[in-house]
Design a protein around this ligand. Structure first.
Ligand code: KIV
Length: 272
């Protein structure tokens, strides 16, 4: 069952920009595997993000830095196979676009060719703008990502809210404009003051998708394992949990263990 989906056609970057113009909010959620992506897509999601948060969620790494290009392509392929309507956006992982623009374009083309995803997301502003432009010149849609950019966590040294200070806020605003002027179709703003996110949202013509950036963005994104209550020990203020899958799964798995150990499973109806 798809929720509130009026337009059943495949979501495109063009359609997302139209949604902003029409004042329709954009729903984005991460997925990294076939089974989850199928549920997310058929529920009516506009954008499925194959986030490099797969590094944390799927592999248990502390940061997003270790995930490789091959691993991102593996996750993106599985999500693309499962998705019919949503636009599939894939993160370029750390180290695959920061060295120079030639390497960035080569790696971007590889993700597009091998995964068949629809668009790519890169973290950063003016410092990566040449690479962003070259990837766009190659015909690949790009979404920017500003604010708390997890690939720079070692530079920040903290997961606290970004751009509270005037200088960082001013840089974020000019970075957002630079990404729009370069031709990006959207920008993600992570963990910044709601007032600043609202200002960027008003100033840009392209959609602004927030995570921990308040309710006045054009859309929202969350990590699927967090909003379903599967992950443990991660409770930032911005996170709304829509389910407690951790308890549901633990109870179901516990019941299975009990049934196996007692000999109750399988019963006569469950054998050939
Ligand atoms: O990798 C990811 O999940 C992301 C979102 C947090 C926006 O980039």
């Amino acid at each position: 069952m798809a929720y509130l989906v009026e337009d059943k056609r495949k979501v495109t970057t063009h359609r997302l920009i139209q949604m902003k113009q029409e004042g329709k909010k954009i729903a984005m959620l991460t997925a990294y595997d076939f089974t989850t992506a199928q549920i997310v897509d058929s529920a009516g999601m506009d954008v499925v993000l194959v986030g490099d948060s797969a590094s944390n969620v799927m592999a248990g790494n502390v940061t997003t830095l270790p995930i490789t290009l091959d691993q991102m392509i593996y996750h993106a392929k599985a999500v693309v196979r499962a998705t019919q309507r949503a636009l599939v956006l894939c993160d370029m992982p750390f180290g695959t676009y920061q060295v120079n623009s030639t390497e960035g374009v080569t790696n971007a083309i590889r993700i597009m060719k091998e995964s068949h995803c629809d668009a790519l997301k890169l973290e950063g502003g003016v410092e990566i703008i040449d690479t962003v432009k070259k990837i766009l010149d190659a015909g690949i849609p790009v979404c920017g990502h500003l604010g708390l950019t997890p690939q720079s966590i070692n530079k920040f040294g903290t997961y606290t809210v970004r751009a509270r200070e005037e200088a960082e806020a001013a840089k974020l605003i000019s970075d957002a404009h630079a990404l729009e002027d370069a031709g990006c179709f959207a920008v993600v703003l992570e963990k910044i003051p709601a007032e600043l996110a609202a200002r960027v949202t008003n100033e840009l013509k392209i959609p602004v998708i927030g995570i921990g950036a308040g309710g006045r963005c054009d859309g929202q994104v969350l990590v699927v394992a967090d909003m379903l209550g599967m992950s443990q020990g991660f409770s930032p203020k911005f996170l709304r949990r829509y389910a407690d899958l951790n308890s549901i799964m633990t109870e179901a798995i516990g019941n299975y263990i009990t049934d196996v150990k007692s000999g109750d499973f399988p019963n006569k109806d469950e054998e050939y």
